[in-house]
Design a protein around this ligand. Structure first.
Ligand SMILES: *Cc1c(COP(=O)(O)O)cnc(C)c1O
Length: 468
């Protein structure tokens, strides 16, 4: 124990353990983990020592130091931090869409901390092309002639329209004028691109003859957009990509297929049967197929442009290409993900999104039962496993309800957050943050998109809120 009468101000600083046990910090250990709190306490004490060494008169009172460590803890906390996704929405755009495969993360780490041959041909020693490596893999996966990569699919669409159709018309069915969320609305993307939108058909029915009649001297392309996040059902008719591509060919205009989701084919993620794949678009004869990297492919955020060599070269020559280009980390993650995608059975094990979709309901139920038992026994909570429904989300496969299992907790909870919405807020703000659903006044933790090793961390996070 330090002697409080010691005249040396250094000796009057309280020991680390005394601060850790003090009021404002003891509670934080549960919420934020001992390591984070310990590191804040050590930095606070280091800081106090340097200030004493500089001759400043500072407060060495444990209460003041603990408060200052608590402030430091709050401000040191990363703003962007990992959360556990217990919402049952697998590609949750708010939570960063697809988690990367371990191989992809390792590939990012390998290139991120140093230099790499991003645009450099190691054989010749000359400048190389940035997307060449992944283009080769995409060609193998889809049979297309060429491919390139940009920041996301919204960028890919904008770039394609600009490079291939500025000042000219692109024909789109009225049933496919999508809004993907937030700022992506197809008519607005057209306006920004400089291409003219030529709408045909009606919301529920568009025929080949509608496209035929719209083609004229100003037509640059026919565009099919996959209605990724809605379905038109009932009295409907739409034109398949094969028919559309055949029409485009016969009339000398390009056909562009925005499949949205990014399932490349030949394999598809388990459970997902309705989504079109890039492979289908290429085989149907589309000149250009567009998709996202962080939807069903389960890779990093990016937009893939896949198609005929001449079309891809025109796109790459557009000045907007430079503005939308991806960095080395994205390319590293994409390459690793594409390598896994070459073998669909490996994809179902290694790409988290695919593995989540492949998990049998019975396995989720076993985990939910164990977690609920523990929450009942350890914390006296009204917890039980319950059937629930997951969705792919992120604007993919809207019609496909995926059976899942959740842990349901009925309020009131003991402790400072008795109600479901207060408890869900405390869980979001904890460490790790847990994002669950509040439904009919209860908390639902859907396990479909939860890594099995995170089950214990969910229990710990709930425990921290209950004891809080
Ligand atoms: C998701 C989606 C987009 C936008 O893709 P981002 O990668 O999110 O920019 C565009 N078109 C379709 C059909 C989509 O599903």
């Amino acid at each position: 124990m330090p002697d409080r009468d010691d005249p040396s101000p250094f000796r009057r600083l309280p020991p680390v353990n005394e601060l850790l046990a003090s009021g404002p910090l003891a509670g934080s250990i549960d919420r934020l983990g001992r390591d984070a709190v310990l590191s804040a306490v050590r930095s606070t004490l280091d800081d106090a020592r340097s200030r004493i060494a500089r001759g400043e008169a500072i407060e060495v009172d444990p209460g003041a130091l603990a408060r200052s460590a608590a402030d430091r803890l709050a401000s040191d906390r990363p703003i962007l931090r990992p959360v556990i996704n217990a919402t049952g929405i697998l590609l949750h755009t708010g939570l960063g869409r697809a988690p990367l495969a371990r191989e992809a993360v390792e590939a990012v780490a390998r290139v991120a901390s140093g230099y790499c041959n991003l645009e450099f041909d190691l054989e010749s020693g000359h400048r190389g092309r940035r997307a060449d490596g992944v283009a080769g893999l995409i060609r193998r996966l889809t049979g297309a002639e060429a491919a390139t990569v940009v920041n996301n699919n919204a960028g890919a669409t904008m770039l394609a329209l600009r490079a291939l159709a500025t000042g000219r018309e692109v024909v789109v069915s009225r049933g496919q004028l999508v809004e993907i969320g937030g700022s992506y609305r197809l008519p607005e993307v057209f306006e920004a691109s400089g291409a003219r939108l030529r709408e045909v058909g009606t919301t529920n029915r568009t025929r080949l003859s509608d496209y035929e009649r719209a083609i004229g001297p100003d037509t640059a392309a026919l565009l099919r957009v996959h209605p990724s996040n809605y379905r038109i059902v009932g009295f409907t008719e739409s034109v398949g990509i094969s028919e559309l591509a055949a029409l485009g060919r016969s009339r000398g205009v390009l056909t562009i297929d925005d499949v949205g989701s990014g399932a490349l084919g030949p394999g598809r993620p388990p459970v997902v049967v309705e989504e079109p794949t890039v492979l289908e678009g290429v085989q149907a004869g589309a000149d250009l197929v567009l998709c996202s990297g962080d939807k069903l492919l389960g890779g990093p955020q990016c937009g893939l442009l896949i198609g005929r060599e001449a079309v891809i070269r025109r796109i790459e020559a557009d000045p907007l290409m430079r503005a939308l280009r991806v960095d080395k980390m994205t390319l590293a993650a994409l390459e690793a993900t594409l390598r896994i995608a070459l073998d669909p059975s490996r994809a179902s094990r290694s790409i988290p999104l695919w593995a989540f979709l492949a998990t049998p309901v019975e396995s989720l139920r076993g985990r939910a039962d164990r977690l609920s038992d523990r929450l009942r026994e350890e914390f006296g909570l009204g917890a039980a496993s319950a059937d629930s429904v997951s969705y792919v989300g992120g604007g993919s496969a809207p019609g496909e309800a995926i059976p899942s299992v959740s842990v349901r907790i009925e309020p009131p909870l003991p402790g400072r957050c008795p109600g479901a919405s207060e408890a869900s807020r405390a869980l979001r703000e904890g460490e790790p943050g847990v994002v669950c659903r509040v439904q009919a006044g209860a908390l639902w933790f859907d396990l479909r998109a939860v890594f099995e090793e995170d089950d214990d961390r969910i229990a710990g996070a709930i425990g921290a809120v209950v004891r809080g």
